[in-house]
Each structure stands twice: as C-alpha cells, then as structure tokens.
Design a protein around this ligand. Structure first.
Ligand code: ADP
Length: 402
C-alpha cells in the first residue's frame, strides 16, 4: 500500500514539474526563435539598403562577412536589373524564387527549397518605385541555432526530470515514514485491543453458559459464575475506558483542561484513598510531600497518573512491603516519585514498560486486573504536561517511578 502511494506521489510531482519545465522550455524556444527572426529581418533590411549602392553583377571575390545571403533588384516587368556578387544558384532558379516571393503577396516570408532547407525573403521597394529589391537569407544558421537549443533543452529537461524523480522518491519515502510507523502502531494497537477484549468476552460467555445450563439453581448457588461475569465485565469496562482514552489521545483531541491547582493536597488526598488497599495487603504507605506546590495542568489527569503508579506499586509489592510517595519542588519544575519495595523489573523490560499492552508477567498482571495500558496512559499525560517519566528498578528490590 505504501509503495504504490510513494510511487503515486512521485509521479504526481514529476508530472507537475514536467509541465512546468515544458512551459518554461517552450517559452525559451519561442522567444529565441522570435529574436532570431527579428535579427534576420534586420539583416535583410540592411542588405536591401546596401544593395542600392552596389553595381549590377559586382566583381567576383568581393569580400563580405555576412551570412549566406543574396539579393536581386527587379523591375516592373519582372526582369533583374541588379544581382549580388555571389549567388548560391543559377539565375534561372533565382528567377523562380523571386517570382514565388512576389506572387506570395507578402513583404516577407519563407520559401522552401529541396532537401528541407529554407530561405527567408524580404521585398523592399526602391526609391524610384519602378524597382524592388528582394533579399534572400538562408535559414541554415537560424535552424542550426534552434536545433542546438532544442537538443540542449531536451537533454537538460530529461536530466532535470530524472533528478526530480529521484528527489521526489526520497522525499515521499521520508514523508511517508512517520505515517507508516503510526499506521503500523495503530494496526498493532487494534489487533492487541481485540485480543485483550476476546479474553474477558470468552470468560463471560463460558460462565453464562454454565448459569443457563442450570436454570433451576438459585442466584446464590450460581454466585461463583455470576461473580466471574461481574469481574470480567468490570475488567472489560476498564479496558474500554483506557482504549477510548488512548484513541482520543491519538486523534489529538483536546482532552486536557489546564488550570492552576494545589499538587500537594491532590497527592495527600490520593494517597489516602489507597490506605484501605494497603492495610489489606499489610503494606506501609509513607509520604514526603512538599507543601504549597502549585501546578499548571489538568488536575484529574495528574491524579490519574498518581493512581496508576500507586495502583501498580500495591499490585506488584508483596505483603509487609513499603510504598513511598514523594513530592519535591525544584523551582520551575516538580518531581513526583512513587517507590516500592516490590518485585521490581528486570533491566531487559525497562525500555518497553511504557509500551501499550506490554506486561512483564502477562498472567500475573491480568490476574490483578491490569490492562497493560496504565503506564502508556501515564506517559502520555506527563508528556502533554511537558514532563518526563522514567523508571529505576531492581528485581526483588523494588521500583521507583519518577
Ligand atoms: P498493568 O495494567 O498490566 O499494570 P501497566 O502499563 O500499568 O499495566 O504496567 C505495565 C507492566 O509494568 C505491568 O504489567 C508490570 O509487569 C510492570 N510494572 C508496572 N509497575 C510496576 C511496579 N511498581 N513494580 C513491578 N512491575 C511493575
């Protein structure tokens, strides 16, 4: 798909450039031909005025540095009264040319000879009004210049078009690279999302079948299956929420509402909501929070990040562990740290941990209700606040999200 698009873009570019080149080269050619015609005309006018001072049949060998030209002076009855010194053909043939020029009824024009050669002519009446000078100039020079110009224009146009083709191919490749990458990412995202949704759906389906197979059993008796359905439905709802969030984030929708808020009180409030969970798991929650720290940002999204990090810390820290939430004010920036004494993460996973659906231990994460999207969402939110999120972790020692 991308290869044909690349070629299409390249050919459109080459086509447009080709038309521009054709327009420019035609212009150059037409202007040059017009200038050459003007020059020939001026030359013929000069020769016509010179002819009046020349003798009939001037001496052989008279030097002229003009181009290939000749002239005749003709009287009312069509007879030559003068003819230039050097003529390229016998007088009878010149007579035929002169008659054709006179019969054309035009003061200037072109006459075609054999072997595709041509002569330009100009008829200029003499002062005595009984005679006229007809000047003939060979078009060889003009044709040669035009031919050379045409060859040069064709060669340079072809060369230019080849360069345009190659550069367009390069530019199209470069321009399509990020689109290709995001398309691949989107494709993988859809595939992963469908895969993730299939698991809870099939669990729901199997449990429902069990319930429906025992229509006479009470709800109480079927609680186990109904509970499974409830849990999976909740998991699916979480997953769909996360997917919707990322889809809106990807489509550059404005989902953040910036205002100034108290970051320290937000952290204290959020930490409090985790107390029951921590007590349940016999985990100690600690905090070191700078007071009166103001932040310009989206309060609920920053809270979402802290929730994701604290939730993970609780999930991946065993009983009797310790979780610490810190907030430092560094003048123009703030630093929030969530550290735990949990299972930690092996170094080889650290650079992938923020990728969508990436889990170190798939089964364990799913069991604890993880969607594998939490850290990807946290990273996006922090990035939108012009911040960075990083992790330091040692297996069996614990993790630190900064
Ligand atoms: P999940 O919903 O699976 O927790 P996340 O994106 O939040 O997805 O985290 C991705 C993975 O990173 C998790 O599956 C887990 O393996 C690992 N992880 C995240 N936080 C921690 C932590 N505090 N300690 C150990 N591993 C963690």
């Amino acid at each position: 798909m991308f290869n044909s698009l690349k070629l299409k873009l390249t050919f459109i570019n080459v086509g447009i450039t080709g038309l521009i080149i054709l327009f420019l080269t035609s212009g150059i050619y037409i202007i040059t031909r017009h200038n050459l015609e003007i020059q020939t005309r001026q030359l013929m006018l000069m020769i016509a005025s010179d002819s009046e001072t020349e003798a009939l049949y001037p001496t052989e060998g008279e030097e002229r540095n003009r181009l290939n030209y000749f002239y005749v002076v003709i009287n009312n009855s069509g007879k030559f009264t003068k003819i230039s010194a050097r003529v390229p053909m016998p007088p009878e043939q010149i007579q035929i040319l002169a008659d054709t020029a006179l019969n054309s009824g035009k003061p200037t024009g072109r006459l075609w000879l054999q072997d595709n050669k041509s002569l330009s002519f100009l008829i200029s009446p003499e002062k005595n009004r009984t005679e006229a000078t007809i000047v003939f100039v060979s078009d060889d020079y003009e044709n040669k210049v035009l031919e050379e110009l045409l060859t040069a224009l064709i060669i340079s146009s072809l060369f230019g078009l080849t360069l345009v083709f190659l550069s367009s191919l390069y530019v199209a490749e470069k321009a399509l690279r990020p689109i290709k990458k995001s398309w691949e990412r989107q494709k993988n995202f859809v595939a992963d999302a469908s895969h993730e949704l299939r698991t809870p759906l099939s669990v729901i389906q199997t449990n429902l079948e069990v319930v429906l197979d025992n229509p006479h059993q009470s709800v109480e008796n079927q609680e186990k299956w109904l509970d499974n359905i409830k849990k999976e439905t909740e998991r699916m709802a979480d997953l769909v929420n996360d997917l919707l969030f990322l889809a809106r984030a990807d489509s550059q929708q404005k989902i953040l509402l910036f205002k100034e808020f108290d970051l320290d009180s937000l952290l204290v409030r959020t930490l409090k909501t985790f107390e029951p969970l921590a007590v349940n798991k016999n985990i100690t929650l600690k905090s070191s929070i700078y007071s009166q720290v103001k932040l310009w940002g989206d309060e609920s999204r920053i809270q979402q990040v802290v929730v994701i990090l604290l939730d993970n810390a609780i999930k991946y820290t065993p009983q009797t562990g310790e979780i610490t939430l810190e907030l430092k004010d560094a003048g123009n920036s703030v630093e929030i740290t969530v550290s735990d004494t949990g299972q930690g993460i092996d170094e080889k996973h650290l650079d992938k941990i923020f990728e969508r659906f990436y889990r170190v231990d798939d089964a364990r994460s799913k069991k604890s209700g993880g969607t594998g999207l939490g850290l990807a969402i946290a990273q996006w939110i922090i990035k939108e606040h012009h911040g960075t999120i990083k992790i330091e972790s040692l297996p069996e020692k614990g993790s630190r999200f900064i």
